[in-house]
Design a protein around this ligand. Structure first.
Ligand SMILES: NC(=O)c1ccc[n+]([C@@H]2O[C@H](COP(=O)([O-])OP(=O)(O)OC[C@H]3O[C@@H](n4cnc5c(N)ncnc54)[C@H](O)[C@@H]3O)[C@@H](O)[C@H]2O)c1
Length: 333
């Protein structure tokens, strides 16, 4: 237990999302006063675990400046986490306009609202993404924080804009206390976007269904457990609250252990003794083609460990075990 968070007034956008709900859960345990923005009521860990009664929720859109100003002012918000976003890559490809509205306009709506309520806010964490780096030839990997953003597809571009807009508000004109995070793929309890690889494969195992691979499994990625991400968020936010010189900093984070999608699938199915299912999936993968995906993506995480001695505490195996147990309860309920 860390006394720092007790009674701190925290605002989380996207609080009913995967990462937001896990963050809110930990902040409630730490006795913070948690306020959150939700777009509309939907399936979420916050309702499944009855956390909604322990927080103050506002319904509205992230582009609604009037509402954002009201939340910030009325509650004297001191710390913000901006997680609200349209995160589905496929949807972004089909509906770039609404993705840009949410991810770009949403970001400057929030930051501009804070800019008008500067008195209280001392720490703002902006969730950018590893996708902002776009595609680099393999020899340049892992991505470092000072690499040029080479986003190309709509989701990547929307997050790159969110990232740069945040940098601008942290700069010499507005001097907002902002840290930007670029994390790798996250997994864990509460991830209810079943178009993502790990929720999809876990659902397949629990319901004994067929898993349709989206590619040949050669894509290289890095997957980090959500509790490690929550620990980084709390760490960075607290450091920034205590020392505004961290404003404008960007931090990558991941496990530093890149892995192929095929290996991930093998690990999950083997750990759960689903050998027959695994043989079928591997056979399907042989004839599957990977399209529209960055082939290799993982990040250099030396900066965050150099600054704060941070390193992940969960192994993939431990994280996945906790995750599967959570989905079992969720799916059977
Ligand atoms: N999950 C990952 O692997 C990952 C990796 C890197 C970065 N990120 C970033 O972390 C953040 C959280 O991701 P997540 O996985 O929890 O996604 P999520 O989709 O589970 O959560 C996003 C939340 O934003 C809300 N939202 C969407 N449009 C909105 C709007 N117009 N107004 C108000 N709220 C709106 C959604 O309702 C949802 O609750 C995102 O910004 C994402 O880009 C996620």
């Amino acid at each position: 237990m860390n006394n720092f968070w007790k009674n701190k007034k925290i605002f989380i956008t996207g609080i009913d999302g995967f990462v937001g709900s896990n963050l809110a859960k930990e902040l409630i345990i730490q006795k913070a006063k948690v306020f959150g923005l939700i777009k509309r009521k939907k399936n979420s860990l916050i309702y499944f675990e009855n956390l909604d009664k322990k927080m103050n929720l506002y319904k509205g859109d992230i582009t609604n400046k009037k509402l954002l100003k009201k939340i910030l002012k009325e509650n004297k918000i001191e710390i913000c986490f901006h997680l609200a976003a349209q995160v589905e890559v496929g949807k972004a490809n089909k509906e770039p306009f609404s993705t840009f509205e949410t991810n770009i306009r949403g970001t400057y709506s929030l930051l501009d609202s804070i800019n008008h309520n500067k008195n209280y806010v001392r720490s703002i964490i902006i969730a950018s993404s590893d996708k902002v780096y776009g595609t680099y030839p393999k020899k340049y990997l892992p991505y470092k924080e000072d690499y040029k953003l080479k986003a190309n597809f709509p989701y990547e571009v929307s997050k790159a804009c969110c990232d740069m807009i945040s940098k601008s508000y942290a700069g010499e004109l507005f001097k907002l206390p902002i840290i930007i995070t670029r994390f790798t793929n996250i997994f864990g309890p509460g991830q209810l976007n079943f178009s993502a690889l790990i929720p999809d494969i876990i659902r397949t195992i629990i319901l004994n269904k067929n898993f349709i691979p989206r590619g040949d499994g050669t894509a290289v990625r890095d997957f980090i457990f959500v509790k490690d991400i929550v620990s980084i968020y709390l760490l960075l936010s607290k450091k920034l609250y205590m020392n505004k010189n961290y404003a404008g900093e960007i931090f990558n984070a991941g496990t530093n252990k890149p892995i192929t999608v095929k290996k991930i699938i093998e690990k999950i199915l083997t750990q759960n003794k689903k050998h027959e299912q695994l043989i079928k999936i591997l056979a399907l993968m042989k004839s599957a083609k990977t399209t529209g995906e960055i082939p290799h993506q993982f990040m250099d995480c030396k900066k965050i460990s150099r600054y704060f001695k941070w390193k992940p505490s969960y192994t993939f195996e431990r994280g996945i075990k906790e995750t599967i147990n959570w989905y079992k309860k969720y799916i059977t309920k």
